[in-house]
Write a new protein. Structure first.
Lengths: 122, 135
């Protein structure tokens, strides 16, 4: 069972992702509400995948990707973006993120993306 | 969805309080980067939640407010008192809309006029139109 760390400053979004991924049998092993917490929780939990919001306090999702890639260059991070954030998504992919999902979340799309990145990791 | 509606109302109201405090900070200094960033993030967050629940009118106003804040972030400062007043107007409208969701459970009606004036540079183009000679 894949272990997922959910990073988003909105508890609404964290719950929504949790519900979607748990319905498919994934385990949410932790949550983070800002970029610094995301890096700290990555170090502590070593999840299989991180879902990472872009706009967060203290440290942005993009900077958090850079921080995680510094710790673990093989890390699997999927960005959570909104429409209109294409430039930021590109920046995140260049920083090492593997893929992205778009808000508002469509459960099938979230699951397909997670399965796709996990398959590549095997 | 009822569960998410409750979370949306609680979280949005918290964000609107934070947004209000940040706008009061901007009254003291137009270039307060922390306050500008806070309003941007709060608008972004409300937009995402509202869009997820198909509260389109709230998503639209918060989206335009977010875009406006992005422009202010790039400029490094609120332009003038008129722009600050516009931000307060956006905040008040969002407060009204979230309150409407709490009371009715439905998406409130859109505010197209506010959306138009919040759209970055819309006020500039309207000023240009006013200044253009009408022959």
């Amino acid at each position: 069972m894949a272990r997922i760390l959910v990073a988003d400053d909105a508890s609404f979004m964290r719950q929504m992702i949790r519900e979607i991924v748990e319905s498919e049998g994934f385990e949410v092993c932790g949550e983070a509400s800002d970029g610094i917490e995301a890096i700290d929780e990555y170090k502590r939990l070593q999840p299989d995948v991180v879902t990472m919001d872009i706009v967060m306090p203290r440290k942005s999702g993009i900077d958090a990707v850079r921080g995680i890639m510094d710790i673990d260059p093989t890390a699997c991070v999927v960005m959570c973006s909104a429409l209109g954030q294409e430039t930021l998504v590109t920046e995140a992919l260049q920083a090492g993120a593997k893929d992205f999902i778009v808000k508002p979340f469509k459960p099938d799309s979230v699951i397909d993306t997670l399965k796709k990145v996990l398959e590549k990791e095997v | 969805m009822a569960k998410y509606r409750v979370i949306f109302i609680e979280e949005s109201m918290e964000h609107l309080v934070e947004m209000s405090s940040a706008m009061l900070e901007l009254e003291k200094g137009f270039a307060n980067a922390e306050a500008i960033d806070m309003i941007f993030r709060m608008a972004h967050s409300i937009k995402g939640m509202a869009a997820s629940l198909e509260y389109d009118s709230i998503a639209e106003v918060s989206h335009r407010l977010e875009d406006r804040m992005q422009e202010i972030r790039s400029a490094g400062s609120v332009a003038d008192n008129d722009e600050l007043a516009l931000l307060f107007r956006g905040l008040e409208r969002l407060e009204t809309m979230v309150a409407a969701v709490r009371e009715t459970g439905e998406s409130p009606p859109p505010d197209l006029e506010l959306v138009a004036v919040l759209t970055p540079s819309a006020d500039e183009s309207s000023k240009k139109k006013v200044l253009s000679p009408t022959l």
